[in-house]
Design a protein around this ligand. Structure first.
Ligand code: FAD
Length: 466
């Protein structure tokens, strides 16, 4: 708990009502979606403007108070968790849309706005904001930038990095760095903006951003395919690539993931009579002039003997229902048992060999730890979930056993030069494992950058670095 004098100083900076200290607020704002660490912040501060963020940060710098920047708290790496009496600085009151430029196809927003609000604003003027993820109703643009979020449309539009034209950042000193120009072309030295994208709140607090919008994809058609083997999934991806269709999503999930969704997600039903080891959710844009590209594509995939069944959405309700089979996996898993998560990626060319090894681990896992796989496989991104089925076992005991399997998988992954975090980040959860994906010289350079910007180590301390 902070001293009363510090609390009243903070109240003076952001207003009495915007400094929260009740146990329920400390608990709610002190953690992200992970449930591994205990939340122990000393105070929650909710500034309403860049000037207030800068004032709070400068105050914390003067008093040497550590800060955890906080967005929608949907992060899956423990990067927004305050475990050590930090000041949680939440952007939740900074939600303005400042400009929507229909000609330039850009939107300038405050960083606390949710992803979904940006999507809806773009839609209202006939444009499209392509970052899309199941947490879109809660996660914030600032959090998306700080984690360089990927999401289900990555295959078509790239991740958050590709959408960010400009940002405004409050540095750990309290100085405001205005790089929010919205310029599409700007080769004037180092692109400092990129340093903050994916920095998990360790280098600066993002307060504003200018984001790229696009024309909306033409009518999207979605189908779910029942696939007999992992190799077939990759061959389907290859067929799609060669057919020249505009893929907007290429997701996969295993039978285990599918059954867990059927068990826990309200109203979920399987579109297939028979069970299949793998499923692919395929989304494509219809062709120019409304030409159906899905049907000929599926015929080609059937002819190549790559699937046992397929269902195509024929109404918007069915479109939603099929997407629900994929989007409800994360939430359903958390209802199913203890969970430990991996978010790995590989070069597409390495996926087949790696997953053959991964299948060995799935088969060898203890009966009460189920390995459930799904993910953005078209981007080489696999989510591995260790699900502890014995609810009588403590989370700590389950977690320790799951960790042993994870370490074996990470060792295999390192041999394929894969990443231990494709899109969720490192946070607290994976910092011990950074060496699996980053060399010593890379980590040293990252530490030097952190030291340069935050010499007192006050901004999100303890995150990323082992
Ligand atoms: C159901 C579900 C599905 C998900 N699907 C995906 C997915 O498909 N793809 C994907 O990439 N992620 C996914 N995620 C993870 C998560 O939604 C993303 O990481 C998201 O970008 C986090 O945004 P947030 O606002 O919730 O950030 P938070 O969780 O609040 O914070 C995440 C990190 O960003 C920092 N931060 C937050 N705001 C700021 C700011 N303004 N300035 C500086 N640092 C800041 C925090 O300190 C922390 O380090 C999913 C999560 C859930 C629960």
């Amino acid at each position: 708990m902070l001293q009363e004098s510090a609390l009243s100083d903070l109240r003076r900076l952001v207003g009495q009502a915007n400094v929260l200290t009740s146990p329920s607020d400390l608990e709610a704002y002190g953690r992200d979606w992970t449930r591994v660490h205990q939340a122990k912040p000393s105070v929650i501060v909710l500034p309403a403007s860049t000037a207030e963020v800068a004032a709070v940060v400068a105050y914390c710098q003067a008093k040497q108070l550590p800060i955890v920047p906080s967005g929608g708290r949907t992060g899956l790496a423990g990067a927004a968790v305050a475990t050590n009496g930090e000041v949680v600085l939440s952007l939740s009151r900074m939600t303005k849309i400042e400009e929507l430029d229909e000609v330039g196809q850009t939107i300038r927003v405050e960083a606390g706005i949710t992803t979904q609000q940006v999507q809806e604003a773009a839609k209202q003027v006939g444009l499209f904001f392509p970052l899309d993820l199941a947490a879109k109703g809660s996660c914030q643009i600032g959090g998306n930038i700080a984690t360089n979020a990927g999401g289900v449309k990555f295959i078509r539009f790239g991740g958050m990095r590709e959408q960010v034209l400009g940002i405004e950042v409050v540095l750990p000193s309290g100085e405001v760095l205005d790089m929010n120009t919205g310029l599409r072309k700007n080769n004037t030295g180092y692109d400092l903006r990129q340093l903050f994208i994916g920095s998990e709140g360790t280098l600066g607090i993002v307060t504003r951003a200018t984001l790229r919008l696009t024309p909306p994809p033409r009518n999207m058609q979605v189908s779910v395919l029942a696939v007999p083997s992992f190799e077939s999934i990759l061959q389907i991806l290859s067929v799609c690539g060669k057919a020249g269709v505009q893929l907007t999503a290429f997701e996969f999930f295993t039978r285990a993931a599918h059954e867990i969704v059927l068990q826990h997600a309200l109203g979920a039903r399987s579109p297939f009579a028979d069970k299949s080891p793998y499923y692919v959710l395929l989304e494509v844009e219809e062709g120019a002039g409304g030409i159906d590209v899905m049907q000929p594509l599926l015929e080609q995939i059937f002819a190549a003997d790559l699937i046992s069944d397929a269902v195509v959405a024929t109404s918007s309700a069915q479109f939603k229902e099929l997407w629900g089979l994929r989007e409800n996996i994360t939430e359903s898993l958390s209802k199913h048992g203890h969970i430990r998560k991996n978010d790995i990626s590989l070069a597409i060319g390495q996926l087949a060999a790696f997953t053959a090894e991964l299948e060995l681990e799935v088969a060898a896992a203890p009966k009460d730890i189920q390995l459930v796989l799904f993910g953005h496989i078209g981007d080489g991104n696999l989510h591995i979930n260790y699900v502890g089925l014995n609810k009588a076992e403590s989370f700590a005991d389950f977690n320790a056993r799951a960790r042993l399997i994870e370490l074996r998988i990470f060792e295999r992954l390192a041999r394929y030069k894969g990443s231990i975090s494709a899109e969720h980040g490192i946070g607290l959860l994976k910092k011990k494992d950074l060496h699996f994906s980053r060399s010593e010289p890379e980590v040293t350079l990252m530490r030097q950058i952190k030291q340069l910007l935050d010499p007192a180590n006050l901004l999100n301390p303890g995150k990323i670095f082992p």
